[in-house]
Design a protein around this ligand. Structure first.
Ligand code: SF4
Ligand code: SF4
Length: 509
């Protein structure tokens, strides 16, 4: 889920007809002063950071004059709260309140429907009043009806003269949440002012990750929930994930700026539960993890490759550990080939332990073990019968024995007789037909998973059009480079760009 700032949530509500106090999101004290001076009325100043209990943290202040407004904005802007810095303050007119309500919406995953929540008492402490909060399951196809909204107001025993206006606010709120694919939303408090207006005084919206692409107007840079502003690497990882719907690649950076030798590991998980088991095993060995990564849901080898390159780009990690549940149904050799290519390209300069249990486990372990001989650091591969604890302990031993011998990233080979085509994620596959002609195995053709290669005049060529290869005919299984490297004449090379990744020389644009 992606959270919106209060001012963004209110803009959405206002666009759907719900009144909000007059206000602006100010980035400088001067902007705050200018708004208050133009308003000629007392204002409230609210720091825009993702945290609860803002009033208790001093993030909400009141000002009677433009000078006080500027001083409050100065005090808040630039302050750090947790991992966030206040970059904007919301300056709003103060309103006189006669009633406060709570209005919320959640998506109930068990019941598979939106649930509208309403309480006749709004403001802080709504969690403690959960039992008295009314809940209404909504038919997602039909939506919230006027009758249902009115019934909820009656059930809450609202004054008869309030029922119609609050029901109308409920309908607009539901329409906003629906239009923006909210996983959760709330107006707290929804108020009636002394002039009788119904207003959203505070609001929160969390948007479904998978719908972010439908709402470019929200300007969401990364469709992921973070407890910190996204790091440069998290932005790079998101670019890999956002346009490739095959499987999932989730990357969160947990530690930065640590020195070499502090026992921090680049972590590559597969599946939520399995990842947790493996991370626990690392922690038991006294390691810390630099990052959390999950590549699961049958990702192509190219996605695993890019994930591994991003993990390895973290400076000063002491080791690399990959592991999942050990019983994955997807063919593990795709992940094995993705890892092997990443380890060759980076190249790997810390010991790596890979626990790659599941379908095609033996073949996958063999692919990884075969590569161990050509890499500058140790790689060991294990299967489902080897516990995460055993694997983590083995990594500790390998790190203790490791003698660093850093090498530059692998360069892209020069082809004498290049035959090239593009892939779906902007990659380029090149076969050097001069080398291919002398290749006895032609292993690329046998191992190409979707069988899109044929031998013509003793060299491999596509048996589909280049356009078909580019639109997904080539699944980026990486076999025609990895298998060729070990069993062929090393005539195949795949260039998979990772925009903005430093040290990506062998595979940069
Ligand atoms: S295995 Fe490699 S060298 Fe041999 S034909 Fe295929 S791409 Fe060319
Ligand atoms: S051409 Fe075939 S072997 Fe090579 S990456 Fe594409 S699908 Fe895999």
């Amino acid at each position: 889920m992606v959270k919106l700032h209060e001012f963004q949530a209110k803009e959405l509500l206002a666009a759907h007809g719900i009144d909000i106090p007059r206000g602006i999101a100010a980035s400088t004290p001067a902007e705050a002063w200018a708004f208050a001076a133009g308003l000629r009325a007392p204002v409230v100043i609210k720091g825009q950071v993702f945290t609860t209990s803002r009033a208790a943290l001093g993030l909400i202040r009141f000002a009677a004059t433009p000078a006080e407004t500027r001083a409050a904005a100065e005090a808040l802007l630039g302050q750090r709260f947790g991992k966030f810095t206040v970059e904007q303050v919301l300056i709003e007119e103060q309103v006189e309140i006669t009633h406060e309500f709570y209005l919320g919406l959640i998506i109930d995953s068990k019941r598979k429907c939106p649930v509208l929540l309403f309480s006749r008492v709004g403001g802080s402490g709504i969690e403690e009043r959960a039992e008295s909060t009314l809940r209404k399951e909504i038919d997602v196809l039909r939506g919230l009806s006027e009758t249902e909204a009115l019934e909820m107001c009656q059930q809450a025993a609202l004054d008869p003269d309030q029922q119609a206006v609050i029901a109308a606010a409920m309908l607009k709120f539901y329409a906003t949440a629906r239009a923006y694919d909210a996983r959760s939303a709330e107006i707290n408090p929804l108020v009636v002012t002394s002039s009788g207006a119904v207003m959203a005084l505070d609001a929160r919206f969390s948007i479904d990750d998978y719908s972010v692409f439908r709402h470019p107007d929200l300007g969401i840079e990364i469709a992921r929930e973070f407890d910190h502003p996204p790091t440069a690497l998290e932005k790079i990882a998101w670019k890999v994930e956002k346009d490739d719907y095959r499987g999932t690649f989730y990357f969160i950076q947990m530690l930065e700026g640590f020195p070499k030798g502090s026992g921090v590991i680049g972590f590559h998980g597969a599946g939520g539960g399995g990842s947790m088991l493996n991370m626990d095993a690392l922690l038991k060995q006294g390691f810390q993890v630099a990052n959390f990564v999950d590549t699961s849901g049958n990702p192509p080898a190219s996605k695993v490759y890019r994930a591994a390159r991003i993990i390895l780009s973290q400076p000063n990690i002491d080791g690399y550990f990959a592991g999942g549940s050990g019983v994955a149904s997807q063919e593990q050799f795709h992940s094995a080939r993705g890892l092997v290519k990443a380890f060759m390209d980076a190249p790997l300069n810390v010991p790596a332990v890979i626990r790659i249990g599941g379908n095609s486990e033996e073949q996958s372990i063999a692919i990884l073990q075969r590569a161990a001989g050509v890499l500058p650091a140790a790689v060991e591969a294990y299967g489902r019968d080897d516990s995460p604890d055993t694997c983590a302990e083995r990594l500790r031993e390998l790190i203790a024995e490791h003698v660093p011998a850093p090498l530059p990233p692998r360069s892209r080979p020069q082809s004498q007789e290049p035959y090239s085509f593009e892939t779906v994620t902007g990659g380029t596959i090149t076969y050097d037909h001069a080398l291919c002609r002398a290749c006895e195995s032609k292993v690329c053709v046998q191992t190409c998973v979707p069988k899109i290669l044929s031998i013509v005049d003793d060299v491999p060529v596509l048996n589909i059009t280049r356009e078909n290869a580019k639109t997904g005919g080539c699944t980026e299984c990486l076999a025609c480079e990895v298998e060729c490297h070990f069993l062929g004449n090393q005539g195949g090379f795949i260039h998979l760009p990772i925009p903005d990744l430093e040290g990506n020389d062998g595979n940069s644009d």
